[in-house]
Write a protein that binds this ligand. Sequence first.
Ligand SMILES: *Cc1c(COP(=O)(O)O)cnc(C)c1O
Length: 429
Amino acid sequence: MWEDYEHMRPEDENVPAAERKGKGMQMEKLAIDGGAPVRETKLFYGHQYIDEADVEAVAQVLRYQDLTCGPKITELEDRLCALTGAQYAVVCSNGTAALHIACQAAGVGPGDEVITTPITFAASANCALYCGAKPVFADIDAETYNISPASVRAHMTEATRAVVAVDYTGQAAQLDELLSVCGEAGVKTGKKVYLIEDGAHSIGTRYKGRGVGSIADMTTFSFHPVKTVTGGEGGAVLTNSKELYDRLVLLRAHGITRKPEQLMHEPHGAWYYEQIELGMNYRMTDIQAALIISQLDKLPKFQERRKEIVARYNEAFSAMPELFVQREIPESDTTRHLYILRIRPERLTVGRREFFDAMAAENICCNVHYIPVYYHPYYEKLGYRKGLCPNAEKLYEEILSLPLYYAMTDQDVEDVIHAVKKIVEHYKK
Ligand SMILES: *Cc1c(COP(=O)(O)O)cnc(C)c1O
């Protein structure tokens, strides 16, 4: 009898819902099958939170201050150092630019290899390509979803110049293990292997009590509107190395300097400057910096609310054997940027695609982070093929990102949980 009902179409209403699952529970008709959605308005996976203080901070710059290269830039850099405990910060136009100059500052160039994770935004690998180097994909840990230090070690070669480790979802990567893997490789080859932490998701996260940004050789942040703190666009590189800092500052602005100690020739006069490297224009405006500073004032409450929502989701989903909750390493005190719902397809009659569509029909608009980077046609063209990172590929088949942002109401959170429960109940084996 159970078997027969298993394959019954949901719209077969001759059979009472309770009987269909034999749980004595009223089963709700899914919106995708024509039922009422859990909510009337669409809920998106991420959204910025801008208040009047932010608006005023931006207006102040427009009224009274320099639009670029002004005091807000150094003020923001100081704030980021205070927040993270890093010695130096260089803010720039976006997180991708930050990764690019970090790779350049590390001396990444043609013939070099840069190890990164496939479960990330393409920028974490593109930064190697910008420098003429080859991205090499190490697999992830199957439960934390962060890059596996053992897999990084297995991919180290003479040519490895840097590792770009992403703090995926905001959870710190295994930074100490990665630093030792880089250290060992450096000893073997006689050349430093840099740990670049892509902290686009992890502003505010602490690792063993220290702020991310103060641990790796360089850490990059992004201030895109979906991230925890926004400037519209914006990025930063943090480091404890004066040498890297000086290079980052040069690379951000054309490779041009006025600093007497950096000049190669005698100054021709007071106007004199020199281009001593090939840099870009990756400057941030003071308008962006003012917005980010004002947003950082709210970071503590952003963190608190994100943690609350994550705890509520975890509590609800850990009770459901059809779902897998991301493992958190005890070293990471995480400010979560993304919440990953992972389904266990072996316990459901549908896969992620159908689950995603069913959520959308309930007006919960999810996303998927991420398509493994080497699946993209551009990477295919470069010769990368499926099969490189089995854990990452499996993860990709099973995940969707649920709404997670400061301004979500308790009702929004409950709506998401309601939709997930409804869909799981419907499709569970
Ligand atoms: C957002 C993001 C970036 C790129 O940041 P932008 O500011 O959009 O250029 C890089 N890496 C990861 C993991 C990201 O999520």
